[in-house]
Design a protein around this ligand. Structure first.
Ligand code: GLC
Length: 613
């Protein structure tokens, strides 16, 4: 097929064989549907503004732009951060001052207020939530970001729509065409059969995977909340229209698309309905759609699964899927290490991450808008007699502050006593003890808490990939318990760490003695050092150092004549370790010179030691 637009034609031709092959395989050689899909791609390309096309060309010349060690991300709710999208525009100076050049704005499309799951139940993919602004505001914000060199990431909630979405309303009214966009069943027989093999996402707050829809007199699949109706990607119209919706976000200036809950998008009876092979076909086709319409746009897969399920979402070198994935097991393992003060599991986890191809780029993070799920390598922990259920209970007890000597202030999430499977909420600072130290006015405790918080940040800045801050963590933001009084939110403890940005508190970042100022300066310093030194380049060799001390994790990096020894002490006591390296090292944080024969670490402290060959 020839298109008038030579750029489009070129890109299309490059991918046509594979795209058609994948599409025909999935959609039973439906020629008409395929033609509709490719027409949609062409239309999206036509709609793409010239300024973004120019950016595409630029990125095509260096497609690895996102592997730059100078990138720092920040994830935030636009509303909580600055009220509205124009509000965020007005705060870009702050974002830039934080050293952030990748901004992830959480869901901002229209979503019913009382049934929104934090914006993850979209009722109109073409309309910004009115309180936040308009599509035009989004475009303008994206333009401002682009002008400042800030890449913008937007969520694409693709597994389901809100029950208020037009398709859902028409389905409810009985239109078969729209019922076919979801999973509707006449009774409970098939739903019950699914329940035999499909786990539950929210066992306590939204049990079950199906909901009775009285208007339609049918049962509808709702893996997440009853108001989030799962889309049926077996229907090619769903795939075309949803890809169209995704590309529309790209055409409004999104540089990265976060594929929300992507492992769930294909369902089959008798399976877990997670990570099915067809999911990978769909993601690969979405990648191709972006390569054709808006090359340079990144896909960030939200795959909150165990490592062997996560990595396949990178695809292969010849047939890549996502550019970026969350380093979720590392995140959970890190919090396990905070609670146990035993770094052996973390070292084991890091060995696995370091053995992956360097091309794989992870988002490294401490906290996000979701809970911390305890997806740990329990097989490994069993050798220390740590069994899954009691160990999860210990972690939850420690991080909710029930455990003696624990300074943490988390709350449980979806506590399912049947499975002993509760997850955990709270901000980084509150989990590290800043909140408690403020309350008790204990200066020593505050020092310890901030040191631990700083060390955890240093850890994510040590790894290859993009470190992403959770908004507010840069000023040691505390938990926000006010959700307890909000009838729309009180069932969902994730709101504990989704509070509004406190701009008065943010002002205190300028004062070096405040917790805000200390944290802000610490994060800025990590960013600066990482930018300056090539040893943080993703091409570096990275390995786990044997520190001979189970409380202290060691990571080594080498690149272009620079060697870094990074040491992290998880114990609340000072430690000495002997890497036994007599070369001359500079402590990158204090600037002091020394060797790495014996290294002293403060309680919950870290060292970044650099040797230049
Ligand atoms: C993702 C989001 C989470 C949401 C879920 C359902 O996992 O991160 O916040 O509840 O999808 O859309």
């Amino acid at each position: 097929m020839e298109y008038r637009d030579p750029e489009f034609s070129d890109r299309f031709r490059r991918h046509e064989d594979e795209l058609k092959w994948l599409y025909y395989e999935l959609y039973h050689s439906d020629e008409k549907a395929y033609a509709g899909f490719t027409e949609m791609l062409y239309r999206c390309r036509e709609e793409r503004p010239e300024s973004l096309r120019a950016a595409d060309r630029e990125r095509e010349t260096h497609p690895d732009w996102y592997k730059d060690r100078r990138l720092t991300g920040m994830q935030m709710y636009a509303g909580a951060f600055a009220g509205t999208l124009p509000g965020v525009r007005g705060k870009l100076d702050y974002i830039a001052e934080s050293g952030v050049n990748c901004l992830h704005l959480m869901p901002l499309l229209e979503s019913p207020k009382d049934r929104s799951d934090g914006g993850y139940a979209v009722s109109d993919f073409r309309k910004v939530q009115p309180e936040l602004g308009t599509m035009e505001d989004l475009r303008e914000l994206a333009e401002d970001c682009r002008a400042r060199g800030i890449a913008l990431c937007l969520d694409f909630v693709m597994n389901h729509t809100s029950e208020d979405h037009e398709w859902a309303r028409r389905a409810r009214a009985g239109e078969k065409e729209y019922q076919d966009r979801y999973f509707f069943y006449d009774g409970w027989e098939i739903p019950n059969a699914y329940e035999q093999t499909v786990p539950q996402v929210f066992p306590a707050t939204a049990p079950g995977n199906f909901t009775w829809c009285p208007e339609a007199g049918k049962t509808v699949m709702t893996t997440f909340h009853p108001y989030q109706w799962d889309l049926n990607y077996m229907n090619p119209a769903v795939f075309t229209d949803m890809t169209d919706n995704m590309l529309n976000l790209c055409n409004h200036g999104a540089d990265t698309i976060r594929l929300d809950a992507v492992p769930y998008i294909w369902k089959a009876l008798g399976t877990s309905c997670r990570n099915l092979p067809q999911v990978h076909t769909l993601v690969r086709m979405m990648r191709i759609a972006c390569e054709i319409v808006c090359p340079g746009t990144l896909l960030l897969g939200e795959v909150v699964m165990e490592p062997d399920k996560v990595v396949p979402y990178f695809g292969t070198v010849q047939k890549p899927e996502c550019h970026l994935l969350y380093n979720v097991t590392t995140m959970a393992t890190l919090w396990h290490t905070v609670a146990t003060k035993d770094a052996r599991l973390l070292a084991h986890q890091m060995r696995q991450v370091f053995s992956l191809p360097r091309e794989y780029t992870f988002v490294n993070y401490l906290r996000c808008h979701d809970d911390i799920g305890w997806g740990l390598d329990f097989g490994f922990l069993r050798q220390f007699a740590q069994e899954e259920v009691p160990h999860k209970k210990f972690l939850n007890d420690y991080l909710t502050g029930k455990w003696k000597d624990s300074p943490a202030r988390g709350e449980l999430y979806n506590d399912d006593p049947r499975l002993g499977d509760a997850r955990l909420c709270g901000t980084t600072a509150s989990l590290c003890g800043v909140e408690k130290a403020l309350e008790t006015g204990d200066r020593e405790a505050m020092n310890r808490a901030l040191r631990l918080d700083g060390m955890l940040h240093a850890f994510i800045f040590t790894l290859s990939g993009i470190p992403v801050l959770y908004s507010g963590d840069e000023i040691a933001r505390l938990n926000d318990p006010s959700y307890h009084d909000d009838p729309l939110r009180r069932e969902d403890s994730r709101y504990l760490h989704r509070g509004a940005m406190d701009w008065e508190k943010a002002e205190k970042r300028r004062k070096k003695t405040t917790p805000e100022g200390r944290m802000f300066a610490a994060v800025r310093q990590l960013e600066e050092i990482r930018r300056k030194h090539r040893v943080f380049d993703p091409k570096a060799d990275v390995w786990v150092l044997d520190t001979g001390n189970e409380h202290v994790l060691g990571i080594g990096r080498y690149y272009c004549g620079e060697q870094l020894l990074a040491l992290f002490n998880f114990l609340d006591q000072p430690q000495k370790v002997r890497p036994g390296d007599e070369k001359a090292y500079t402590d990158l944080i204090s600037g002091k010179e020394g060797d790495a024969g014996t290294v002293r670490l403060e309680a919950g402290g870290f060292r970044w030691l650099l040797h230049q060959f």
